[in-house]
Structure formats: structure tokens, C-alpha cells
Design a protein around this ligand. Structure first.
Ligand code: NAP
Length: 294
């Protein structure tokens, strides 16, 4: 491999990449010759082989992590810290409407996979990212965040509406708003360390995630794109020079987009942050403040 390729190659971690947008993101970034850490709860052998075959890049590693378990996330972060460097973290993992389930950690399941888990993982990897600066973190959110009903009291509730189906949908939207708030929070706290943090909407994409919820999708079926298109925004924000140093922004179609108005309410966002620290049982040494990141 030529020296210039070695220099340009980044180490990029993508969560939830056995299929869907995460898999396509891994594939596209592997084609750009980066080292890809593919992480998922299920066996990734087949997906890894497909990426290697298609991209002709064998610098691909796989790791197991289950976002419904905080201890699995902590063990996983420990493994990632053994990597030489970490240039980009893509918090892609997401589930839709896990309903009235609680995890063994006592957290609402959709909220844990979509928000509490990535919130914890980013804390645990902040130091690694800072040491690899300039580095980047992405939170794959959704325009659905604009339809949130998030309150401090409801962040870990099983019921946020009288109707079960609507409750599940609103919890999903709430989790996606939390992604934007979390990205903005990390952006402020990590800016001086050279870690840029942004959130994004991938566009409505034909993945398992969407097809499991066919009735919601039918009215929009003409606007739904292929998974490879759904990966474009993540790929752009991970490696493009056009967004060097850009942080704390929300992107749609590779352009900055306005955020839900509630994200300007500092007290609300600080309270969401503190609640999240509480629900993931963040240890003193894991807090950014105790590590001097303010
Ligand atoms: N698709 C859309 O239209 C759309 C729109 C807006 C936002 N998004 C966001 O885009 C992101 C990716 O969505 P997608 O459509 O690509 O979803 P997807 O096709 O369902 O893929 C989700 C991936 O996450 C993995 N996963 C699920 N639960 C996990 C857990 N507990 N621990 C670890 N990995 C887990 C799945 O693994 P297995 O396959 O091994 O089960 C799968 O590889 C999500 O954050 C979603 O909210 C999607």
C-alpha cells in the first residue's frame, strides 16, 4: 500500500451494521480504503465477507455488542480502546418501536438501543477519539425528532400516549430527538479537543427497519430510497473535507438543516443530559467533567 493511502486511511467504527444503512455505510467507507470496525449484536461473518469481496479491502474487523445491555456496551468499549486509534464513531444502531419492553437494565428498550446506549458508548470512547483528533462522531437521528413528545419525566416511560401503537412511535421520535440533543452536547464539550460531533437524517430508506412497519410506510412509498442512498449522508459527514471542523449541526441530504426548536432550550437539554447520565449509571470516572472536558 502506498504511503499516501496509509496516511489517509481512518479507523471508523459503525454500530448496527449487519444490514440496512449501517451495512451500506461500512461498504462505502471500505471502498474508500478505511479500516472499518463493524459492530452488531449478531454474527457479522457473512456481512464482513461481503464487504471485503465488494470493496477489495480486507482491513475490516467485526465486534459483538448488544445495545440492550449496558454491560455489553462497556465490554465492547474496552475492546475498541485497544485499537491503535479511532477517527470516526458512527452511532448508527437503531430500532423502531420495541413497545412495552424493558431491558435487564430497567430501561425502555427502544430508548436504550437508540439513545442511552450510544450516549454511554460515546462517553466511553471520548478519550480515544480525542487522542486521534481531528476526529468525528455521528449520531444517526431522524426528521421524526420534530414530532417528539419528550419530557424529562417521560424519557424512560413505557407509555407516552393512551394508544399503544402511538406510544411506541412517539418513544422512537423521542429517542431521535435525544440523538440530536446528545450530539449537540458532545459537540460543545469536545470541541476544544478536536472532536467534531454532528447528527443526521439518512432519508426514508428501504431497510428491514422500515418494512417491519409497512402500514406507516405505505403513504410515503414513492419517497423511499435504496439503502446505499441512505448511507450517503453518514459517508459524507465521516470523511468529507467540506465539513472539516463543523460541529453541533444536524444534516439532511448532506446539507445543514434546522433542528427542532426545543434544542435551543438549554435547561431542557442539560436536564436530558443529566437524566441520561443517571439512567446509564455513569460512573464518576466516565463523566466528561471528571476528565476535564467541559
Ligand atoms: N430506514 C429509514 O427510513 C430510517 C429513517 C430515519 C432514520 N433511520 C435511522 O437509521 C439507523 C439505521 O436504520 P436502518 O433502517 O438501517 O435499520 P435496520 O435495517 O433495521 O438495521 C439496524 C441494524 O442494527 C442492528 N441492531 C438492532 N438491534 C441491535 C442491538 N440491540 N445491538 C446491536 N445491534 C443491533 C441490526 O442487527 P441485526 O440485523 O443483526 O438484527 C441491524 O444490523 C437507525 O438509527 C434509524 O433510526 C432510518
Amino acid at each position: 500500500m502506498s504511503l499516501s493511502l496509509v496516511k489517509l486511511s481512518k479507523t471508523i467504527l459503525i454500530t448496527g451494521c449487519n444490514e440496512g444503512i449501517g451495512f451500506q455505510t461500512a461498504l462505502a467507507l471500505a471502498r474508500q480504503n478505511h479500516r472499518i470496525i463493524m459492530a452488531d449484536k449478531n454474527d457479522l461473518t457473512e456481512s464482513k465477507n461481503k464487504v471485503i469481496e465488494d470493496s477489495c479491502n480486507d482491513n475490516i474487523v467485526t465486534k459483538c455488542v448488544d445495545f440492550t445491555s449496558l454491560s455489553s456496551i462497556r465490554n465492547f468499549a474496552q475492546e475498541v480502546k485497544e485499537e491503535e486509534r479511532l477517527d470516526v464513531l458512527i452511532n448508527n444502531v437503531g430500532v423502531f418501536c420495541l413497545g412495552k419492553e424493558r431491558t435487564d437494565d430497567g430501561l425502555q428498550a427502544t430508548m436504550q438501543v437508540n439513545h442511552f446506549g450510544p450516549f454511554l458508548l460515546t462517553h466511553l470512547l471520548a478519550e480515544k477519539l480525542a487522542k486521534s483528533a481531528p476526529s468525528r462522531v455521528l449520531f444517526v437521528s431522524s426528521l421524526g425528532a420534530f414530532f417528539h413528545r419528550l419530557t424529562i419525566d417521560s424519557i424512560n416511560s413505557l407509555d407516552v400516549s393512551y394508544f399503544d401503537g402511538l406510544s411506541s412511535l412517539l418513544i422512537y421520535y423521542n429517542s431521535k430527538l435525544c440523538n440530536i440533543i446528545t450530539a449537540n452536547g458532545f459537540a460543545k464539550k469536545l470541541k476544544k479537543l478536536g472532536v467534531a460531533v454532528n447528527s443526521l437524517h439518512p432519508g426514508m430508506t428501504a431497510t428491514t427497519f422500515l418494512w417491519k412497519n409497512q402500514s406507516l410506510v405505505n403513504p410515503f412509498k414513492f419517497f423511499i430510497q435504496e439503502p446505499a442512498m441512505g448511507a450517503q449522508n453518514s459517508v459524507f459527514l465521516s470523511t468529507s473535507k467540506h465539513v472539516d471542523g463543523v460541529s453541533g449541526k444536524f444534516f439532511v441530504d448532506m446539507k445543514e438543516h434546522q433542528q427542532p426548536r426545543i434544542t435551543t432550550d438549554e435547561k431542557f437539554c442539560d436536564d436530558i443530559w443529566s437524566c441520561s447520565e443517571y439512567f446509564v449509571a455513569l460512573k464518576e470516572e466516565e463523566r466528561l467533567t471528571s476528565r476535564g472536558y467541559k
